[in-house]
Design a protein around this ligand. Structure first.
Ligand SMILES: *Cc1c(COP(=O)(O)O)cnc(C)c1O
Length: 366
């Protein structure tokens, strides 16, 4: 059985320690703000090489908290990518700011030229997404932000421990958001997320804001967004394996490349020069994508489409009145992208079967 993401294999590999950890948390019964939470925050900050990590309920909250910490609000414009999961843009709207979409480049990440064209007097910041695990063009994005006095938030939900010029993503912007949704490269057994930052002021605000603005004489009104002790304990157990799991994802990507590089109907993902890709997803651009996908599904090969529409063309953004021509690159990509099974426990045999089925589809095509 080929799985798109094989969480059971991951969890079986961690037994019996995983079950013991869960029983230990039940025994201690400090379900909110137990010692595992602070321990995870310290370990995750250390592994990323950043000063602060503030845990929270999920990756969407992490983005919202980071945006609020940077002061995004009514009257502001925040520029982000047209190709991502909706958390990236909906959290901008939640602050009261206006979301401004940019087109993407051949690596599926935000195009710096497109950012520059969208900057106005009202622009306050940029949210860049390291989509599929590939670092965005951080050199050019960082220098644009510097030149125009904009802050930068990195959406690292798909890119745990990916690096750019040897430095982990999440350390380049003013703040970064991570998700520990179960299927992410580092996943909890439910929802969890965090904000990381080198800035003391942002860490302090995030800590206050995510915990009701403090205790006793609450300094501000906040929200309730916390990482459960149980999730923190599970993440503490998994964190030492993350680098190795990412290596296994990269090895699987290399195998896909050698199995599929001579199939002309499929454009394989490339890694940006200077980047270390986390391969959260292995996304090809396939001719006749929807029929290929149906063919693979019928043969027991699960695939995904991330994502079928550029964000600005979703019904949720009809008010903006965008057309596909406004985002030529991401509109073309949305019609072609196909995510093949990708996880650290994928076997060579499974990948050979997937590649054979793809070849069969195109050779039988009329
Ligand atoms: C998963 C994801 C999020 C949101 O994370 P949740 O933990 O599900 O809230 C945000 N941005 C991107 C790009 C994601 O893939």
């Amino acid at each position: 059985m080929i799985q798109f993401v094989d969480l059971k294999a991951q969890h079986d590999s961690l037994q019996p320690a995983l079950s013991e950890t869960i029983l230990r948390v039940i025994d201690q019964s400090a379900f909110i703000q137990g010692t595992d939470v602070g321990q995870f925050e310290a370990s995750f900050a250390a592994i990323c090489g950043v000063k602060h990590c503030v845990s929270c309920g999920n990756g969407t909250d992490a983005l919202y908290i980071a945006l609020r910490a940077l002061g995004a609000g009514p009257g502001d414009e925040v520029i982000t990518t047209s190709h991502s999961w909706i958390s990236t843009s909906e959290t901008i709207t939640q602050t009261g700011a206006q979301v401004i979409f940019s087109d993407t480049d051949s690596f599926f990440t935000i195009d710096p030229d497109s950012i520059e064209k969208k900057i106005t007097q009202r622009t306050v910041g940029v949210v860049a997404v390291h989509l599929y695990g590939q670092p965005a063009d951080l050199d050019r994005i960082s220098s644009l932000c510097e030149r125009f006095g904009l802050w930068l938030i990195e959406d690292c939900a798909q890119a745990h421990l990916a690096t750019w010029r040897g430095r982990a993503v999440g350390t380049f912007g003013d703040a970064a958001a991570f998700s520990f949704y179960p299927g992410k490269n580092l996943g909890a057994m439910g929802d969890a997320g965090c904000v990381v930052t080198r800035r003391d002021d942002i860490a302090r605000f995030a800590m206050l804001f995510a915990r009701h603005g403090g205790k006793g004489n609450h300094e501000i009104e906040g929200i309730c967004s916390r990482m459960d002790t149980l999730q923190a304990a599970i993440l503490n157990l998994k964190l030492p394996h993350l680098a190795n799991w990412n290596r296994r994802r990269n090895a699987a990507a290399v195998r896909y490349h050698s199995l599929l590089s001579d199939v002309p109907e499929v454009v394989l993902p490339t890694v940006r020069d200077g980047a270390d890709h986390a391969f959260h997803l292995y996304v090809v651009r396939a001719r006749d994508r929807d029929r290929l996908r149906a063919y693979l599904t019928a043969r027991g090969i699960p695939t995904g489409v991330h994502y079928s529409r550029p964000l600005p063309l979703l019904a949720a953004y009809a008010r903006l009145g965008h057309k596909p021509e406004d985002f030529p690159v991401s509109s073309a990509h949305a019609a072609q992208v196909l995510s093949l099974p990708m996880h650290p426990f994928l076997t060579t045999e499974q990948q050979c079967a997937i590649a054979s089925a793809i070849r069969e589809f195109y050779s039988g095509e009329v």
